[in-house]
Design a protein around this ligand. Structure first.
Ligand code: ZN
Length: 288
């Protein structure tokens, strides 16, 4: 099926590799937690219009459908439809979930060959199963880092708080087939690159077009949720290894700025596509 007008945004990177943004609903997260160590006086003004009466920000669940001559890659699966009512209310989760969103955009879930997830927190790995427990992407391999699976299914009380272990246990055998140990090209032109920082086995997805005028697109997962994350020092309270986040962000963002990569933000609703430019000792996000 072709990329069509129902897609929020799509681009031919060259090769021909095409990428489409598919938003799998929204949820809300505590504003203070999203800004981590940054004092409120510095960030309050950035989110005045967005913060609700429970001090939460509106977070989109951004996913990418990458269409290549060799097959299709879906990046991220959102929260999904198996979330319980209490969590749905607490997070103010609004659909559509990923399978519905893909269909609306003209892609059948059955046509996905690889599902790559930046990490396995509930808002990224929740859409792997349908409500009845069957696989939402029956012909796909799942690619996440081995280190991420191991920590997600482990017993460290601090680190497992953001994972829904009973759900991950249901997909563990499926996920194990695609465990990645480090950087891997998962489809010609599409690579996963371990970053750590936000979570133990967090990874970025880099898509490289080919031929004249080819572009490179980067999805930095939750290292780059929202525009203000362009400052490498602005990390969230959800980052398990914040010093690693700062270091990896500085390194990856420098490459993205210098090589003029297209950058897609993981949780930005209205301006999720843009690029990074250097700004003194940090970077600035410029939406397209
Ligand atoms: Zn997230």
């Amino acid at each position: 099926m072709a990329i069509n007008d129902a897609v929020d945004w799509s681009l031919d990177l060259g090769g021909p590799i095409r990428v489409a943004l598919v938003q799998a609903g929204t949820f809300r997260s505590d504003a203070g937690a999203l800004f981590g160590p940054v004092p409120r006086v510095l960030w309050g003004g950035l989110v005045n219009d967005e913060v609700d009466d429970r001090h939460r920000l509106l977070q989109a669940l951004n996913c990418l459908l990458i269409d290549t001559p060799s097959g299709r890659v879906l990046v991220e699966t959102g929260i999904g439809e198996r979330v319980d009512d209490k969590t749905r209310e607490m997070r103010d989760y609004q659909g559509p979930w990923i399978a519905s969103a893909l269909e609306t955009a003209g892609f059948l879930p059955e046509s996905v060959n690889v599902v790559a997830m930046s990490h396995l927190h509930f808002d990224h790995a929740g859409g792997l199963l349908r409500a009845d427990g069957s696989r939402a992407f029956p012909y796909a391999t799942i690619v996440a880092q081995r280190a991420e699976w191991e920590i997600a299914l482990g017993d460290n009380p601090r680190l497992i708080a953001s994972y829904v272990q009973p759900e991950l246990q249901l997909v563990e055998a499926w996920g194990r087939q695609g465990w990645a140990d480090g950087e891997r090209e998962i489809m010609p032109g599409v690579s996963v690159v371990p970053t750590g920082g936000h979570s133990t086995g967090h990874q970025a997805v880099i898509v490289r077009g080919q031929g004249p005028g080819a572009r490179t697109l980067a999805f930095f997962g939750d290292l780059m949720m929202r525009p203000w994350a362009a400052n490498p020092r602005w990390v969230t309270s959800f980052d398990d290894f914040p010093l690693d986040s700062v270091a990896r962000k500085a390194e990856l963002f420098a490459q993205a700025a210098d090589e003029d990569w297209i950058v897609v933000l993981s949780h930005e609703k209205d301006h999720p596509i843009g690029r990074l430019v250097r700004d003194r000792d940090r970077f600035r996000y410029v939406p397209d």
